[in-house]
Write a new protein. Structure first.
Length: 222
């Protein structure tokens, strides 16, 4: 187990309660499936895949209603995956949810069945950004850190405070996204981990700088 996988495993101790699929980063149109719902049928999967698209993305969400403990793993099915069939990718991703054991097993299953070798959470973080979940591109992410930069929480705060539409929003909760293999350097897909970074106050989600500092400091130190 890598240090990063071990660090996350200490916090991700529940089952994911939502899985969602997105085509070509159109997150506002995501197919959202709560774990409490029945396993989608073959026909439902085929219907979802009828439209033309280039890339399909799966996201598992843990503790979707708990701002302080919400995690999301985002994995792209791209040309660097051994598995290339979108139908099989969705079937596998769903099975990995409905037969979920723990976070380590989910990662290992993807390495074995989708990517083809040990890969997830074995590389350094390339960059970190933040935006509003399922409104990522329409709101627009804010880049907070890139590989090679020094970590400075005061600079991070300033960047976020300049983006009022991210700092406070009624659209959805914010996600702090740790991005891997952004430039395709490694033999595997682009993927990321979103960690807790906000709290709901009234009708708005507000960025929690204490959570930002904790998770950026934790993830960049392992």
């Amino acid at each position: 187990m890598t240090f990063l996988l071990g660090a996350l495993s200490k916090h991700i101790i529940t089952k994911p309660d939502i899985i969602q699929f997105t085509k070509d980063r159109k997150y506002e149109e995501a197919w959202i499936i709560p774990f409490s719902s029945p396993h989608p049928t073959v026909e439902e999967i085929k219907t979802y895949l009828k439209d033309t698209f280039t890339t399909i993305i799966v996201e598992y969400i843990w503790n979707s209603k708990d701002d302080k403990n919400r995690f999301v793993i985002t994995i792209f099915l791209d040309t660097k995956c051994r598995l290339q069939d979108p139908f099989q990718f969705i079937q596998f991703s769903l099975d990995n949810l409905y037969h979920y054991k723990n976070f380590n097993s989910l990662v290992q299953n993807f390495d074995t069945s989708v990517i083809g070798h040990e890969y997830l959470l074995r590389n350094k973080i390339d960059s970190i950004n933040i935006s509003v979940f399922n409104h990522w591109l329409s709101v627009g992410p804010e880049e907070l850190w890139k590989k090679g930069q020094e970590y400075n929480i005061d600079e991070i705060k300033t960047k976020i405070q300049k983006r009022k539409e991210i700092e406070r929003t009624k659209l959805n909760y914010q996600g702090l996204l740790f991005r891997f293999n952004v430039n395709g350097t490694y033999s595997g897909p682009y993927y990321g981990i979103k960690t807790p970074c906000c709290q709901k106050i009234g009708e708005e989600w507000v960025v929690d700088f204490g959570l930002i500092d904790y998770w950026m400091g934790t993830m960049l130190s392992v």
